[in-house]
Design a protein around this ligand. Sequence first.
Ligand code: AP5
Length: 222
Amino acid sequence: CQEEGLKKRIILLGMPGAGKGTHSAKMLARFCMCHLSTGDLLREEVRSGSDFGKRLKGIMDRGELIEDEVMCNLIKYQLAKPACANGAILDGFPRTIPQAQKLDEILKQSGQQIDQAIFMNVKEDTVIDRLGGRWTHLTSGRTYNYKFNPPKQYGKDDITGEELIQREDDKESTIRNRLRVYQSKTFPIVDYYRKRNILHEINAERQVDEIWREIKNIVKQK
Ligand code: AP5
């Protein structure tokens, strides 16, 4: 990373496929913070083959949400790690109002707070198009898209050369359920942060470079 000392806790909010993972990777390369992607953490547990992982997989493959209590314990444990002392990018958490409230409580215990919530606003048709063509490098969470940002070599991660996979929940029927769940459970969070005056709404329909320029400027704000 290039810039230290920001010590911010930043939430990336938005529909599945809005570009949270894509821009988290850019933020991480630029700013010295930890990246907490709850989706990646859950998929890691699924890959471990544990009974708990098998239960998670069932829920995720249907596009439903994991219980708030499980998610809040997970994020509390992750935020306490030394890697997050210099700031954190929260990608995929919170996803419900109870999660947002619990996050405030967790941070308050160590004198911290959410500094910025960046809402990546995008249309449903756009994300259906994006997610259908997404390929992911499982261990790093890097994503590619054969339409918009293809890997240099077909089916291989640019950095490690390892295989790319398509996520189970990127099937069209599951995408539609994830979008329904997003609208009913997650979208209300946008207002929760707007009322706190820490919401930055950006148009995430544009090209990645343009979106990234705007996010970079928001993160650098005092
Ligand atoms: P999670 O992994 O968090 O998935 P998600 O929120 O649905 O988001 P995605 O990862 O699908 O999209 P993204 O916004 O990161 O987009 P990306 O950058 O990849 O969660 C998965 C599941 O885990 C949930 O369904 C739930 O079951 C469970 N879960 C996770 N957190 C939870 C929580 N807190 N509570 C309960 N359950 C939880 O981009 C998408 C594609 O588009 C890529 O191919 C990319 O290359 C391309 N792209 C990105 N930006 C652009 C652009 N500007 N132009 C063109 N292409 C673009």
